[in-house]
Design a protein around this ligand. Structure first.
Ligand code: PMT
Length: 426
């Protein structure tokens, strides 16, 4: 076959227009979906919009018809639509279903497998990948029912994009805002390559990975705290690598200055006790737990309610510290323990101490790093690690070259997946 013909074929393949079924449910963020529609059409996708009844209270079908260039579907048994394209045909038409905004209600109905309107029926009938952009009040997002629905949807293989942290239309501040249309369009584009058979494998599709990252802050009084130099970069890089492997990622993060990877379920915390509570709140749904956080081993026994005043002539202050819970050891002892990976931050005999922690904390794997060096470990862009695990009673080690934390994270996630799958098969 001549090169020209091959090139034509390849061009034909790459010219495949991705067909996106864009579901809009009821929420004030529906107005942002108009911009998302415009961006997706501009990227060359063929977009058909499906609106729930609730969505029509916020924006008209005519808006989406004008932006998508296709008729808008609003009813399950819509004579006009049935004439054009019935709901089963529509479900088969879609290469990708995106629901933006995804209200708490639509998430609950999808999690329950309901088909009481067109959008839920299409999601049951389709074999296409389904992406959801949650949008709701922060208290609704945090509600255990919503968190349970989010995890159930992940177990189905759906992928959540966001939600985002920030000020909400209702005046609250917190997690629950829909990601901005530009960010959603970028994430949807990234999901598109996986529509073609040659796309990167998604070994963690349908799996939940929970990662702790960053420092903890242990309050001394309202203005002082005990903390450390963790920037969160290592844990955030692992979250990004797990996302790319197809996982739903809960990222439990201490106070850091870096932005969370788009698409994670971010659970921001301050103290070790809050980090433990957040970890336990998602443990039932977690398949792999990675403890990258630099957790304070101790906290002040009694944090003062008011700023502690220095007394005249006072030359020293004694702080009575008590031990914090060991988060990763608690997770590893849990009756529904996930595959548990810890870190070891050592300044000498790194691998010896790490091997000891692997056993003492009942971990499946441990990632050792030397934190006495300034070019790796805390707040550095690079790291040098040794991954240790037991295999048939023998200690195994994988020691990749020193590299950027993002690159190391990819390598570590690959090895974690391999050992996770090996143990699953046993
Ligand atoms: O965040 P960066 O700036 O990128 O820096 C990355 C890092 C150096 C923080 C990271 O690579 C790292 O080493 N994280 C673990 C730091 C730490 O607390 O190590 P440790 O040896 O003290 O703890 C051992 C393990 O137990 C860790 O998985 C830790 O998360 C966990 N732990 C420790 C204490 C505690 N109370 N609860 C825990 O879960």
């Amino acid at each position: 076959m001549s090169d020209k013909r091959v090139i034509t074929d390849e061009r034909m393949m790459s010219a495949k227009v991705v067909r996106i079924l864009l579901g809009v449910s009821g929420g004030i963020a529906a107005y942002k979906t108009a911009q998302l529609t415009r961006l997706l059409v501009k990227s060359g996708a063929d977009v058909r919009v499906v609106m729930t009844e609730g969505a029509q209270a916020f924006i008209t079908p005519l808006t989406f018809q004008a932006l998508s260039g296709n008729s808008v579907h609003t009813h399950l048994l819509d004579p006009e639509a049935e004439a054009g394209m019935g709901h089963i045909e529509l479900a088969k038409w879609a290469d990708l279903i995106v629901i933006a905004p995804a209200s708490a209600d639509i998430m609950a109905r999808l999690a329950a497998g309901m088909a009481n309107d067109l959008l839920t029926t299409l999601c049951l009938a389709t074999e296409a990948k389904v992406l959801l952009a949650p949008a709701m009040n922060q208290a609704m997002w945090r509600h255990p029912a919503t968190q349970r629905n989010a995890t159930q949807l992940t177990d189905y293989g759906y992928r959540l994009l966001g939600p985002d942290q920030g000020e909400q239309a209702c005046g609250d501040v917190g997690l629950g805002r829909m990601l901005e249309p530009e960010a959603l369009a970028e994430l949807i584009q990234e999901a598109m390559p996986s529509l073609s058979p040659s796309a990167a494998p998604q070994p963690l599709a349908g799996k939940v990975v929970t990662i702790t990252a960053g420092p903890t802050r242990e309050a001394v009084d309202p203005v002082r705290y005990i903390s450390n130099h963790s920037s969160g970069k290592m844990g955030f890089a692992l979250a990004e690598a797990a996302l790319q492997a197809g996982a739903h990622v809960n990222l439990i993060a201490g106070p850091v200055q870096i932005a969370a990877p788009k698409g994670v379920n971010l659970l921001p915390v301050q103290s070790a006790e809050q980090m433990l509570a957040a970890s336990l709140s998602v443990i039932d749904q977690t398949d792999i737990f990675i403890a990258a956080a630099a957790v304070a081993d101790f906290r002040p026994a009694n944090a003062a309610d008011q700023k502690m005043k220095k007394q005249a002539g006072q030359n020293e202050m004694v702080l009575h510290l008590v031990q914090n819970p060991d988060i990763v050891a608690t997770i590893a002892q849990h009756e529904q323990r996930p595959f548990t990976v810890g870190f070891a931050a050592e300044t000498q005999d790194v691998e010896i101490y790490a091997a000891d922690k692997l056993v003492r904390k009942n971990l499946d794997m441990i990632i050792a790093n030397d934190v006495s060096r300034t070019d790796i470990g805390f707040n550095s862009d690079e790291n040098a690690v040794t991954l240790l695990w037991q295999h048939e009673g023998m200690l195994q080690a994988h020691k990749p070259e020193q590299a950027a934390k993002q690159q190391l994270a990819q390598d570590l996630i690959e090895h974690i997946i391999a050992q996770f799958c090996h143990l699953k098969q046993k």
